[in-house]
Write a protein that binds this ligand. Structure first.
Ligand SMILES: Nc1ncnc2c1ncn2[C@@H]1O[C@H](COP(=O)(O)OP(=O)(O)O)[C@@H](O)[C@H]1O
Ligand SMILES: N[C@@H](CCOP(=O)(O)O)C(=O)O
Length: 318
């Protein structure tokens, strides 16, 4: 179970009462997740999720929580953080920063069809557009600066072939980031981790995006690339499934037209999206933290995807 910090029932009960959510009826540790401590909390007023933040501190969290509030208030289905009577949405519990947010209905769709990809693509574009009026700023903390710091940390654990790939891709991404075409890409707050396990569906209908704790200001194209690499991938080979990728992109494009620069840089950003998660999975695997039970994701999956994106650049054509 991804419960890094156990929470006493009475402490959680005091917090939800302070938030005007009534008495706490049930508190259950959530089995999945690798980043934070999460509990489902049932109160007299409904179903909520209590999160204790394990890595993020009081400085970074307002950006994520206010972003969720902003998006919810602009019609994007995301969990809304609950405020106390002073309007505060960032709390403290068991010595950790904590938040209580709405529990989304439904379940993950782990084997998505074109219909699911279409809905995620369309909603992602709407989310990007809604984010334009969000005024807080925080960079993507898993962006280039983190890659530059982290490559030397994981490199000792790699084979020579993997070390070559990680170094050459980092160099490619540094050059990309310094190019005028990259500087011209549209940007704003992005989710940056919108995998299948961070989206809910009820039946075939999308009910929401959650887990915004890797969000940051970055290119919209990076967000698109992260989604394509997860929602539209053929899991065995690492190739993009043409039907799902086209469905995703066409739905996105209908809500916000993809620019010429975005089309041109799509292959490079697909590489960036694969590189980012190869690196973080290597880091989680080789430099783990304590947890009551923690299942590291397989870095090999994203190494395979990265190799594919380098060998077979993928373009969206309208
Ligand atoms: N707002 C929410 N509504 C419904 N379920 C949620 C919500 N937040 C988290 N969950 C559930 O908790 C699980 C773990 O949450 P996640 O944010 O992925 O954890 P972590 O940040 O530790 O990786 C999710 O897979 C989902 O089942
Ligand atoms: N999506 C990332 C892991 C991030 O963890 P999450 O449970 O918060 O989504 C990956 O697959 O490597």
């Amino acid at each position: 179970m991804a419960v890094f910090t156990p929470v006493a029932f009475d402490d959680a009960a005091a917090l939800v009462r302070r938030l005007g959510l009534g008495a706490l009826l049930d508190l259950k540790g959530i089995v999945s997740g690798i980043e934070n401590t999460n509990y489902f909390a049932t109160t007299e007023r409904g179903e909520f999720v209590l999160t204790l933040f394990e890595r993020l501190g009081f400085e970074q969290l307002p950006f994520y929580l206010h972003l969720m509030k902003h998006l919810a208030q602009h019609g994007i289905p995301v969990p809304e953080p609950q405020a106390d009577e002073r309007g505060e949405i960032l709390h403290a519990l068991a010595g950790k920063p904590a938040a209580v947010v709405d529990r989304l209905r439904g379940a993950n769709q782990l084997a998505p069809s074109t219909r699911h990809c279409e809905q995620v693509g369309g909603m992602l574009a709407r989310m990007h557009l809604a984010g334009r009026s969000y005024e807080r700023h925080q960079p993507n903390l898993r962006g280039l600066a983190w890659w530059i710091d982290t490559v030397p940390v994981v490199k000792p654990y790699l084979t020579p072939a993997q070390a070559d790939l990680i170094e050459s891709e980092l160099e490619f991404q540094k050059q990309l980031a310094a190019s005028p075409a990259y500087a011209a890409l549209p940007r704003g707050p992005i989710h940056a981790d919108l995998f299948r396990d961070n989206v809910m569906f009820e039946g075939d209908r999308l009910t929401g995006f959650f887990d915004f704790y890797f969000a940051g200001v970055d290119t919209w194209l990076f967000d698109i690339a992260v989604c394509l690499n997860d929602w539209c991938v053929d899991l065995d080979s690492g190739r993009l499934d043409e039907d799902r990728a086209q469905a995703f992109m066409a739905a996105y494009d209908r809500e916000r037209e993809i620019t010429h620069d975005e089309s041109r840089l799509m292959p490079a950003l697909l590489r960036a999206g694969a590189f980012r998660f190869w690196l973080s999975r290597l880091w989680d695997l080789h430099l783990p933290r304590d947890a009551q039970m923690l299942k590291a994701h397989d870095p090999g999956h994203f190494e395979r995807i990265l190799r594919h994106r380098v060998a077979e650049p993928w373009h969206y054509s309208r």
